[in-house]
Design a protein around this ligand. Structure first.
Ligand code: AHR
Length: 503
C-alpha cells in the first residue's frame, strides 16, 4: 500500500498558469490546417481559425501561446506577414519541409487566435537573421498607441488599438538553428537586442525571455547569466534586469537523437526508457536552477521551459520535415509526470510550453481534413487545468516502489498537489507501471474531506485515438474512490493518470 501524505496547510509556491502553456510554430500542419484554414475554407471557422479546434482548446483554458517558432522564428521577417494577403511575400520554409510559406497567418492572425482562445501572447523575435531595427519595429507595430510610423502602419492594416504582448523571446536556440552562436556572442547580442524591446505600455511591461541552454549545457547558462543578468538596484527597488526569464528546451526521444523510435510501436523497455528520460527534466531544472540561484537568489526571473515533450520518428508516409506523430498513453504519462515536476518546481519554473499544439510533436489535437481528435495528452491537460493559479502544497509518497527494467528503473508513482482559492485540494497522480496496479491511501493533514470528484485516463500502453476511433482513450469518471476519515483511498491502475478534487 502506497501512502500519499498531503500537508494542505504548507504552501510551497504559486503555480503560474503559464506552466500550462503551448507552442505553435510554422511547422508542418500546425498553423496551416491545424489552427488556421482561412476565411474561405469549407471547414467551419471564425476569421480563418478552425472553430472545432479553438472550441476544444478553450476547454483547456490555455494560459499562453508561443509563436512563430522555434527555428522558424529566426528566419521569420514579420513584415512579410502583414497587409493584404494576396500581396504578402512568399518564402521557403527551409527548416520545415522546404514548403512555400505564403504568410497568410501573420501578426494580426496570431493576435486574433489568442483573442479567441483568451490566452496571453508570447512572441518570439528573430535574432539569427533579423536586425535590431526589425525587432524594434515589430514591438512598436504591436504595442505602440501613439503616433509613429509603425503604429500608423498597423492602423492602415486595420487594427486601431495596440495589442498586448505579454512575453517576448529574444531569439530561439541561438546555440543551434538560431545562428550557431557561442554563449558569449549571444549574450552580448541579447543585451543589445532586448534594449529595443521597448515597454510602450508602462503599465504592462513586456516580459523578456533570454535564449537559454540546450538540455544540460550549463556552460551556456553560466555565461549568458553572467553577461545578461543585472542585479536589482541598491535597496532592492526598481529591478533593472535585462531579462524576466531564461528559456530551456528539452525533448524526450528514447532512442537518442538519431533513432528516436516509433510513436506507436514500442516495447516495455522503450516505455521505461521514455519515462526515465522524461523524469530527467527534474535534474535539468535543478542543474540550471542552481546556476540561476547564484545570480538571482530571490528568484526574480523564471526558468521558461518553452519547448518540451516527446519527439519520435515521423509517422510513416508523411513529410519528414513536418514532424507529425501519433500520441499514445505513453505521451499521456510523459505529460503527467512533466507537469507534476513543473508544479513541484513552481518557485523557479514560471512557464512551460508543450511542443506543439496541433499536428506536430506531442500535440494535444490532431486533424485530418475536416476531422479532429483529442489526444491522450489533451486529456491530461484537461485533468490538470485547475492547478493553474493554485498554490502548490507539500506532499510525499511512502511505501511505493520502483518499476522498470535494468538501467531504466523509475518510481512507479508521481504526484503533485495544489490548493485552490476555494480551499479544495487537487491531487494529480500518475502510475508509470505498465502492469502493476497500486493501492493508495491519501491522507490530508487537517482537512476533513466531505466529497471527492475523481477522473481517470487509462489504457493499454499503446492505446491512442485515431480518426476512425477518436474516443479510445478519454477522460472518465473514476468511481472507485472511497472517502476516509483523513482523505481518500483507491487503487490506481497500471498505466494511468488520476486527478482527485477533494472538498
Ligand atoms: O519543435 C521543433 C523544433 O525543436 C523547434 O523549432 C526548435 O526550437 C527545436 O529544436
Amino acid at each position: 500500500m502506497a501512502k500519499l501524505y498531503v500537508n494542505e496547510k504548507k504552501k510551497k509556491g504559486y503555480i503560474n498558469p503559464e506552466i500550462y502553456g503551448h507552442f505553435s510554430e510554422h511547422l508542418g500542419r500546425c498553423i496551416y490546417e491545424g489552427l488556421f484554414v482561412g476565411e474561405n475554407s469549407d471547414i467551419p471557422n471564425k476569421n480563418g481559425m478552425r472553430t472545432d479546434v479553438v472550441e476544444a482548446l478553450k476547454k483547456l483554458e490555455i494560459p499562453v501561446l508561443r509563436w512563430p517558432g522555434g527555428c522558424f522564428a529566426d528566419e521569420y521577417h514579420w513584415m512579410d506577414g502583414i497587409g493584404p494577403k494576396e500581396e504578402r511575400k512568399r518564402m521557403v520554409n527551409t527548416h520545415w519541409g522546404g514548403v512555400v510559406e505564403d504568410n497568410s497567418f501573420g501578426t494580426h492572425e496570431f493576435f486574433e487566435l489568442c483573442e479567441q482562445l483568451g490566452c496571453k501572447t508570447y512572441i518570439n523575435g528573430n535574432v539569427g537573421s533579423g536586425t535590431v531595427q526589425e525587432m524594434s519595429e515589430w514591438v512598436e507595430y504591436m504595442t505602440f498607441d501613439g503616433v509613429s510610423p509603425m503604429a500608423e502602419l498597423r492602423r492602415k492594416n486595420g487594427h486601431e488599438k495596440p495589442w498586448k504582448v505579454d512575453y517576448f523571446g529574444v531569439g530561439n536556440e541561438n546555440w543551434g538553428c538560431g545562428g550557431n552562436m557561442t554563449p558569449e556572442y549571444y549574450a552580448n547580442l541579447y543585451r543589445r537586442y532586448q534594449t529595443y524591446v521597448r515597454h510602450y505600455d508602462k503599465a504592462a511591461p513586456i516580459q523578456k525571455i533570454c535564449g537559454g541552454p540546450n538540455v544540460d549545457d550549463d556552460n551556456w547558462t553560466k555565461k549568458v547569466l553572467k553577461t545578461c543578468f543585472a542585479k536589482p538596484n541598491p535597496g532592492g527597488k526598481n529591478f533593472s534586469g535585462f531579462m524576466d526569464g531564461l528559456s530551456l528546451h528539452y525533448y524526450v526521444h528514447p532512442g537518442g537523437w538519431e533513432h528516436k523510435g516509433s510513436a506507436t510501436e514500442f516495447d516495455e523497455e522503450t516505455w521505461y526508457k521514455t519515462m526515465y528520460k522524461a523524469l530527467y527534466i527534474e535534474e535539468l531544472i535543478n542543474l540550471h536552477g542552481a546556476i540561476m540561484d547564484h545570480y538571482d537568489p530571490d528568484k526574480k526571473i523564471g526558468l521558461i521551459v518553452d519547448e518540451w515533450g516527446d519527439w519520435f520518428d515521423v509517422e510513416v508516409g508523411t513529410n519528414p520535415g513536418f514532424l507529425y506523430q501519433q500520441n499514445t498513453m505513453r505521451d499521456a504519462l510523459v505529460a503527467a509526470v512533466s507537469l507534476n515536476i513543473f508544479n513541484r518546481h513552481c518557485d523557479r519554473v514560471k512557464m512551460a510550453c508543450i511542443a506543439q499544439m496541433v499536428n506536430v510533436l506531442q500535440s494535444v489535437i490532431l486533424t485530418e481534413g475536416k476531422k479532429m481528435l483529442l489526444t491522450p495528452t489533451y486529456h491530461v491537460f484537461h485533468m490538470y487545468k485547475r492547478h493553474q493559479g493554485a498554490d502548490l502544497v507539500e506532499s510525499s509518497l511512502s511505501g511505493e516502489q520502483n518499476v522498470g527494467v535494468e538501467n531504466y528503473e523509475v518510481p512507479a508513482l508521481q504526484e503533485s498537489v495544489s490548493v485552490q482559492k476555494d480551499g479544495s485540494v487537487l491531487v494529480t497522480l500518475a502510475n508509470l507501471s505498465v502492469e502493476e496496479d497500486f493501492p493508495v491511501e491519501l491522507m490530508l493533514t487537517e482537512k476533513k474531506p466531505e466529497s471527492v470528484k475523481a477522473a481517470i485516463l487509462t489504457g493499454e500502453m499503446h492505446a491512442c485515438n485515431t480518426f476512425d476511433r477518436p474516443e479510445t482513450v478519454k477522460e472518465e469518471v473514476f468511481e472507485d474512490v472511497e472517502l476516509t476519515d483523513r482523505g481518500v483511498s483507491f487503487t490506481i491502475p497500471a498505466c494511468s493518470v488520476v486527478s482527485l478534487e477533494i472538498n
